[in-house]
Design a protein around this ligand. Structure first.
Ligand code: SF4
Length: 356
């Protein structure tokens, strides 16, 4: 839904302001799926609006549901035909977390990530980000459930699309609309320092997660090109500034890649990096979905890695991953859809990896 276009439409027709509120109620609160559902409007007004303004910015083109029902992944087509994806994770404790994309593709080229093979095509608009959440809110409504958490951890680097991401989070937070608490929303970054510092000054207290994946520049630079621009000597002070300004805990994501960053000395390096200055942190150790490029660390080694972090005084958990059987890791579904571009991307990553 293009809200600005709707405002212009209503203004042109001299409609009262409450017409906009009626649509907002239908869209963000009642989760109606189409213009027909705006029953507070006359049929003629609905039809005139529909001719000008599509109800949805995104069209679902493929949905995969894990056999146990804990993960639902959807591939969407944007109005310009670009493909993005979002994932719903249904936790046993009743939380429903939606992992959304912020860009079509991603320029950050992390070697372990399917999206990183695509390059970046464009930023998503605020409403394209919001509608990924609304789609799952509609999906959950017949089950009398709602979206409880949103994470910007899908395709794209959120801080490379900072303004639209923040607008989207404010729309989702709007008390007269979707009304999701800021503390239920998280931004995950690969380590864009200016974005971290900017977020520290926002009045919206969303959570911050850092894709750290290594405790030294040497290891991190092997698979995260962003580490050249923002090495740990720049990243960690920015995180410290963020924590001092916001007094909020920071999550560190650590994906275990077999033989690359999963040794005991890697756990030690991470503990040294976090050090006593960074006690307001938590490390999520994550199982990797194996690809052609990297193998996943086995379960026993993952548990040993977490145990080692505990021994070193680092708060850490072994995060349960969702949807391995439906390619739910970042970008895997969209990448399959772009065919040739993907192969080129994978070839490029292989070259980067060989050089590292
Ligand atoms: S992991 Fe995130 S930042 Fe890195 S390439 Fe993938 S989408 Fe981009």
């Amino acid at each position: 839904m293009d809200i600005q276009a709707l405002e212009a439409f209503l203004q042109e027709r001299g409609e009262p302001k409450f017409r906009l509120s009626q649509v907002r109620q239908a869209f963000f609160v009642d989760f109606v799926p189409a213009w027909d559902g705006v029953t507070t409007w006359s049929k003629a007004l609905r039809e005139a609006a529909e001719a000008r303004i599509p109800w949805n910015e995104l069209e679902p083109v493929k949905t995969l549901e894990a056999p146990n029902g804990d993960t639902v992944k959807t591939l969407f087509s944007c109005r310009d035909g670009k493909k993005i994806e979002a994932v719903l994770m249904r936790h046993e404790d009743g939380r429903n977390t939606v992992c959304v994309s912020s860009q079509v593709g991603c320029a950050m080229a992390c070697a372990f990530c399917a999206t990183g093979t695509m390059g970046v095509k464009r930023n998503l608009s605020a409403m394209e980000i919001v509608e990924q959440v609304i789609y799952y809110a509609r999906w959950l409504k017949p089950k009398n459930e709602r979206v409880t958490n949103v994470v910007l951890m899908g395709m794209g680097e959120p801080f490379a699309n900072y303004d639209n991401v923040m607008s989207a989070l404010r729309i989702l937070n709007d008390h007269d609309g979707f009304n999701l608490g800021a503390r239920h929303m998280s931004i995950s970054t690969c380590g864009i320092v200016p974005g971290i510092l900017k977020l520290a000054d926002e009045d919206l207290q969303v959570n911050l997660a850092i894709s750290i994946h290594a405790g030294t520049d040497e290891v991190r630079s092997k698979f995260m090109p962003v580490n050249q621009a923002y090495p740990l000597s720049k990243l960690m002070p920015a995180i410290k500034t963020y924590m001092e300004k916001t007094n909020r805990k920071v999550m560190f994501e650590y994906l275990l890649l077999k033989g690359v960053n999963d040794r005991i000395e890697d756990a030690q390096a991470l503990a040294d990096l976090l050090g006593p200055d960074y006690r307001l942190v938590h490390v999520n150790v994550i199982k990797y979905h194996p690809t052609e490029l990297f193998d996943a660390t086995g379960k026993a080694e993952r548990i040993a890695f977490v145990h080692q972090l505990h021994e070193l005084g680092v708060p850490a958990t072994h995060r349960i991953t969702f949807g391995e059987d439906i390619d739910a890791a970042c970008g895997q579904l969209a990448v399959q859809e772009v065919g040739g571009e993907t192969k080129q991307g994978l070839d490029a990553v292989r070259v980067v990896r060989q050089k590292a």
